[in-house]
Design a protein around this ligand. Structure first.
Ligand code: SAM
Length: 298
């Protein structure tokens, strides 16, 4: 299957961890083993030929570059946190996006990285240690239990919410998606559909919670799912509440052609990446307080 799948021709992406190394040095280091191109949209992202094996390359083991897909690397960039901000990563392990946030913030400010599961919090710790992100504090516990009114969260300006999802945009599930009988948003399998419904209920709750932090100006919601139930439906169900407290949907990467499924007014702001586009199947939504929207679309 592996050799006949279009998935295999997907390029390999690595993100330069600018906390440890500049892009030119990383390009130089990788050019000794393979062909390297800079991504034209995501800063610090390098594109390598499909199948490039990097797992024990010194740049990877030292945390100077992070093997991370293009779609995954778009998420922290969409949040656009500034150096010095207080930021919350709500569902953080293994932490690839946490340390990307830290790099975008040039290591300045504070990131609270929340992770429910103890053993996954250890992975998060490893990622932070390896990449040298200096401004991350781990909170091991349930994001839904964080009290948004607690003074320690009163300065949180940006929240990244990348919750547990079906993962239907990646790996084996992607191949199902390419089958003609597959319909977006449906599995045809009762247990799987129930699982997606349960996940969507959690995702919706978590997104409403993220929006309720008093000083938050920007909230990014992302999944690696292709299901409408975990993506557009979650956004449309929280939109009335979000609008009522001054948020609107902003447009991450306006130049990206593939937007949300047109199932409600505003879905054109959402971003989808598709397994046919050299990426995994990802979904990104960006909520911005009205005064912040113009900045995000600049
Ligand atoms: N953002 C991560 C990254 O880029 O490396 C991937 C996050 S993964 C999709 C979702 C994570 O959320 C899992 O590690 C899961 O254990 C955690 N999680 C699930 N429910 C949670 C909750 N209620 N509070 C905090 N973390 C939770």
């Amino acid at each position: 299957l592996k050799n006949h799948s279009p998935v295999c021709s997907k390029p390999r992406y690595v993100r330069v961890n600018t906390l440890k190394m500049d892009v030119e040095t990383a390009v130089h280091g990788l050019e000794s083993i393979t062909k390297v191109a800079k991504d034209d949209m995501v800063p610090d992202l390098l594109k390598l030929p499909s199948g490039t094996d990097l797992h024990d390359h010194p740049l990877v083991t030292s945390g100077s570059v992070v093997v991370q897909g293009k779609a995954s690397s778009m998420v922290a960039v969409a949040l656009c946190p500034q150096p010095g901000w207080e930021v919350l990563d709500a569902c953080a392990a293994p932490g690839n996006k946490t340390v990307h946030l830290a790099a975008l913030m040039k290591g300045m400010g504070n990131i609270i990285a929340c992770e429910l599961h103890k053993e996954r919090a250890r992975l998060l710790e490893d990622t932070i240690r390896r990449t040298g992100a200096p401004n991350v504090n781990i909170f091991q516990g349930d994001f839904l239990d964080l009290d948004a009114r607690d003074p320690k969260f009163s300065k949180i300006r940006a929240i990244l919410l990348d919750p547990s999802c079906s993962g239907s945009g990646i790996a084996r599930e992607r191949l199902d998606y390419l089958l003609p009988s597959f319909k977006k948003g449906e599995d045809g399998d009762a247990a799987n559909s129930q699982r997606v419904r349960n996940l969507a209920a959690f995702q919706t709750k978590a997104l409403l919670h993220a929006l309720s932090f008093p000083a938050v100006e920007r909230v990014v919601y992302s999944t690696c799912s292709i299901h409408q139930a975990e993506n557009e439906d979650v956004i449309s169900s929280v939109l009335p509440f979000a609008t009522s407290i001054g948020f609107e949907l902003a447009t991450p990467f306006p130049q990206w052609p593939h937007r949300g499924l047109p199932v409600f007014n505003g879905a054109e702001h959402l971003l989808r990446t598709d397994p046919t586009e050299e990426t995994e199947g990802f979904f990104i939504a960006l909520f911005a307080r009205k005064s912040e929207t113009n900045k995000s679309e600049e």
